[in-house]
Design a protein around this ligand. Structure first.
Ligand SMILES: C[S@@+](CC[C@H](N)C(=O)[O-])C[C@H]1O[C@@H](n2cnc3c(N)ncnc32)[C@H](O)[C@@H]1O
Length: 219
């Protein structure tokens, strides 16, 4: 049985990890670039990110993909991450709203529905119950036809990536804090086909570490 970090444990881990998160680019950058290339940002007016980390990906999206008139809102469990993201995204001024969320997903209630919701390398550290809550909140907060874009660690598909993902899963089971609580999973297994239509799905392997990129449309 996999074990998960509790929200207070995850918050403490990422408060401490802080800017070191940006050193994961050697396996995260290619899947993140693939997600950015396949989301329809040009038609979006309101974008939301769940678990924005240091804001490094958001800065890239705002500079290169998200139209200048589009707003970007994001939350993160870690106070340190929100502070770092605030500094990284300051050049984008009033288009950006950031806040620290609590244990439950918190998607800026009272705002118009979002056109795009994204989350990278966050669902893979949540318990199955918390993943379902996050997806239910995404379904409530996205307009019909809006896109959910996800990236997560996943299971290997080649010999080397299978070994890496098995070792990773074992570490996550024995000592979740060693790997930031993250473990390989199959995102598609969590999506209810009555609510979501998967429009894009790809596994990208860098340095033998496999990531799943998935885009689903809210029906
Ligand atoms: C592995 S980092 C990924 C950060 C960023 N999305 C990226 O791709 O670089 C995981 C992030 O999720 C945040 N996080 C963990 N649990 C969360 C939760 N329940 N709600 C919101 N954010 C959470 C952490 O604080 C951390 O910033």
């Amino acid at each position: 049985m996999p074990r998960y970090l509790t929200s207070p444990q995850a918050s403490r881990f990422y408060d401490h990890f802080g800017a070191k998160q940006d050193h994961q680019g050697y396996y995260e950058d290619a899947p993140l670039a693939d997600l950015a290339a396949h989301l329809r940002f040009e038609q979006a007016r309101h974008v939301f990110e769940y678990g924005c980390g240091t804001g490094r990906y958001a800065a890239q999206l705002l500079a290169e993909h998200i139209p200048e008139t589009t707003t970007y809102a994001a939350c993160d469990l870690s106070r340190t991450m929100i502070e770092l993201a605030g500094r990284t995204l300051a050049p984008f001024g009033g288009r950006v709203v950031l806040w620290q969320n609590g244990e439950v997903p918190d998607f800026l209630p009272g705002k118009p529905p979002f056109d795009v919701i994204l989350s990278s390398y966050v669902l893979d550290l949540l318990s199955p119950e918390a993943i379902s809550e996050m997806l239910a909140e995404s379904a409530r907060s996205l307009r019909s036809g809006g896109q959910l874009g996800l990236v997560s660690l996943t299971h290997g598909s080649s010999f080397a990536s299978r070994i890496t993902s098995r070792i990773w899963a074992l570490l996550a089971h024995l000592r979740p804090s060693l790997v930031g609580g993250c473990r390989p999973l199959r995102l598609v297994d969590f999506l209810d086909p009555d609510i979501w239509r998967v429009s894009y799905r790809k596994t990208i392997i860098r340095w033998t570490i496999p990531s799943e990129v998935l885009i689903a449309t809210r029906l």
